[in-house]
Write a protein that binds this ligand. Structure first.
Ligand code: NAD
Length: 385
């Protein structure tokens, strides 16, 4: 894809950037908002549907900030999106909102199709219509930054890296919906001239991640001396990045990225799942020894592997490093130590709250689903009569 570089010195010079962020109540989106509000002259509108993976507690700290607004909206709701775009007048859209847990995509893919594909379509339609009404100067500054994942490239053998030119070859329902959204975003660039940029990042870890993902789940279970379930033999490899290093790269891409380009973000930090779990066990043992003085490694329990489990992901980050003079600040050990410390300090606060909240949201959702099933069954019955 061809790209146009906008120099940072000319990019919205002297103006406050207005960022419309979707999914800002989630793990990475909230980190992005934290960084923007702390460092830059940004005004933010956060649009989030507040699914089980998000917590109002993650947003509490922003509420008194005059540069921050929130709307509890589903990105599938185009009517509300149109009003939000018209009133807020964003300079930039940063699109994080998605269903993100691979295991959930295997048991309930429909939520992923709806939010990740149809939701992205709805956002693109709204952004395109808004973009076409902008003045020539406003058009120059507008960006649609689409946050995607390295999982869209499928899996690697024991060597090789994902490049920006690697073909899309997703294997899970989650990665298939993310790859579909990438294709839609690219089509809106080529067909309608929407100034998009796509990023593919590797596995993130850090504070505020919902404790169903590997690292927070293992930390909380290890702290409570519970079993540590590891898929298969724990040999699957991921390339891990501390969340703030990811959002830091996104800010640079936002300011200096070339329109129409794809950027892969990763920290050259490959670890197998088992290696990570053992690291967590050892660190927690050193901080809070097990009451029976045993190593928490003994809590590891190998469980049946995830169907279609990708073996290895690894990112070649040359483009983002050279184009933006970016590099990760955290090593895996420093980032993991920070993350463990945060979960220890927030186990009874944020973690308890999001887990309790997610349980009631799931019960509510199951009830909603049963109601709508009854409706659609009756409806189709009527139609066939
Ligand atoms: N976590 C990772 O390791 C990782 C790595 C690379 C890319 N990504 C991508 O980054 C983005 C954010 O990931 P995350 O880990 O922060 O996810 P998350 O699950 O923590 O947060 C997702 C947020 O999106 C919101 N959301 C979901 N569907 C929505 C809808 N229809 N309308 C409005 N809001 C909706 C949720 O309420 C939640 O706040 C995703 O697009 C994901 O694919 C994640």
């Amino acid at each position: 894809m061809l790209g146009r570089r906008i120099e940072s010195s000319s990019y919205c010079k002297g103006k406050q950037l207005k960022l419309l962020i979707t999914g800002g109540a989630g793990f990475i989106g909230s980190s992005m908002i934290r960084q923007c509000l702390a460092r830059m002259p940004y005004h933010i509108l956060n649009i989030d549907k507040l699914t089980y993976a998000s917590s109002s507690k993650s947003l509490k700290e922003f509420e008194s900030n005059l540069n921050y607004q929130f709307s509890c909206t589903d990105i599938n709701d185009q009517r509300s999106l149109r009003t939000l775009f018209t009133n807020f007048k964003p300079t930039v859209v940063v699109h994080f909102a998605a269903e993100t847990h691979v295991d959930r995509s295997i048991t309930r893919a429909s939520d992923f199709v709806q939010s990740n594909i149809v939701g992205t379509f709805s956002l693109l339609e709204t952004a395109s219509a808004y973009f076409s009404d902008l003045s020539a100067e406003e058009k120059q500054h507008f960006r649609f930054l689409h946050i995607s994942t390295d999982e869209v490239y499928g899996d690697l053998g024991s060597d090789g890296y994902f490049l920006e030119t690697s073909p899309l070859a997703p294997n899970s329902p989650y990665s298939a919906t993310k790859a579909s959204s990438d294709l839609l975003v690219n089509a809106w660039y080529r067909t309608y001239g929407l100034p998009i940029i796509i990023t593919h990042c590797s596995n993130n870890y850090g504070p505020y991640q919902f404790p169903e993902k590997l690292i927070p789940l293992m930390i909380l279970n290890a702290l409570e001396n519970k079993a540590l379930p590891v898929y298969g033999k724990g040999l699957n490899i991921r390339d891990w990045i501390y969340v703030e290093d990811h959002t830091n790269a996104l800010l640079r891409i936002l300011e200096r990225g070339r329109i129409g380009q794809t950027y892969n973000i990763g920290a050259n930090s490959e670890h197998s799942n088992l290696e990570i779990v053992y690291n967590i066990c050892d660190l927690i043992d050193s901080l809070v020894p097990h009451p029976e003085q045993i190593s928490r490694r003994s809590l590891v329990k190998f469980v049946q592997d995830r169907p279609g489990h990708d073996f290895r992901y690894a990112i070649d980050n040359t483009k983002v490093r050279t184009e933006f003079d970016w590099q990760p600040n955290e090593s895996f050990s420093s980032g993991l130590a920070k993350t463990i410390k945060w979960y220890m300090e927030n186990a009874d606060g944020w973690c308890r709250h999001i887990l309790d909240q997610s349980q009631s949201k799931t019960i509510f959702k199951n009830r909603e689903m049963k109601d709508s099933d009854v409706y659609s069954n009756e409806h189709s019955h009527e139609q066939t009569q």
